[in-house]
Design a protein around this ligand. Structure first.
Ligand code: G
Ligand code: G
Ligand code: MN
Ligand code: NA
Length: 254
């Protein structure tokens, strides 16, 4: 209840922040995208991580205005990096089921992109497997609307949920994110190598780009590259950092 009350005023009190974690091409080792990750710093109190407040935000519906803020801020930041002369990277934003149920969600995404002057293809909407199991037609309508708008669609935490692989055919995803539980033991676990090889093979058949999450070492990175994984995200490259720090990392590449 304390979290719920605080969360109600968090936007008005300017307590929300976005951090950004780079996604790196395993072939070129360059930053080609990033994921926006929400942080809550209450005026009084310590930093709260999303695992603690996102579930509350989803239950109370507060995720709708908060998610809208995230989309606007993420698009604005991407436009800022563009203006600094950086390479046109992609921005991935996590979106929760209650947002996808809003009939005006696609409009709000379109608006955020327009305000920032961004092509829709620069934005990647990340959803989890739970979305695939949800029978609510409003959700499939939203996903189709996003496709029509031209944003990318990404399936997060792949392999951890209960969705059958066949669900992957129902929506045209662009990106498949391999959950970090498959990556963490990769360098010493033959079974994980086989699993990732199979996931990448399916992704190729369906023309999906693959992103490995939780890459923490050069050894993991090299195996993933051999297996044909496209992108990596994880502490080996960078933790989620404030916008200025990611800007700095990108300038270092030029
Ligand atoms: O850094 P990490 O603790 O940031 O994030 C934990 C989880 O919280 C992420 O895996 C993601 O699913 C969720 N999360 C982070 N930011 C957002 C956001 O802006 N919206 C939603 N819906 N979930 C988020
Ligand atoms: O949306 P999602 O659950 O995928 O968000 C990614 C989560 O994983 C965030 O909480 C982020 O802080 C965390 N994360 C990112 N890279 C690493 C990593 O290399 N190792 C670990 N343990 N966690 C990571
Ligand atoms: Mn994610
Ligand atoms: Na994930």
């Amino acid at each position: 209840l304390r979290i719920e009350n605080g969360l109600r005023h968090a936007l008005a009190r300017n307590e929300m922040r976005l951090h950004f974690q780079p996604q790196v091409s395993l072939a070129t080792r360059r930053i080609v995208g990033c994921e926006a990750l929400l942080r809550w710093q209450p005026t009084e109190g310590e930093l709260v991580m999303p695992d603690r407040f996102i579930p509350v935000a989803e239950e109370t519906g507060l995720i709708v205005p908060i998610g809208h803020w995230v989309l606007e801020q993420a698009c604005r930041q991407l436009a800022r990096w563009d203006a600094e002369g950086g390479a046109p990277i992609r921005m991935a934003v996590n979106v929760a089921v209650p947002q996808l149920r809003q009939p005006d969600f696609v409009d709000s995404v379109r608006q955020a992109l327009q305000q920032a002057g961004l092509a829709p293809g620069r934005l990647e909407i990340e959803v989890t497997e739970s979305v695939l199991l949800d029978k609510d037609e409003r959700i499939s309508r939203t996903l189709e609307g996003l496709l029509a708008l031209g944003t990318k669609l990404s399936l997060d935490d792949f392999g951890t949920g209960y969705a059958s692989l066949s669900y992957l055919r129902n929506f045209r995803f662009d990106v498949l994110k391999i959950d970090r539980s498959f990556v963490s033991e990769l360098h010493r676990n033959e079974a994980d190598i086989k699993l990732i090889r199979a996931i990448i093979s399916i992704a190729r058949d369906l023309s999906l780009q693959t992103v490995a999450e939780g890459v923490e070492s050069e050894a993991q990175l090299e195996i993933l590259q051999e297996l044909g994984c496209n992108l990596g995200q994880g502490y080996h490259f960078s933790r989620p950092v404030p916008a200025d720090q990611l800007g700095e990392l990108m300038r270092g590449e030029r």
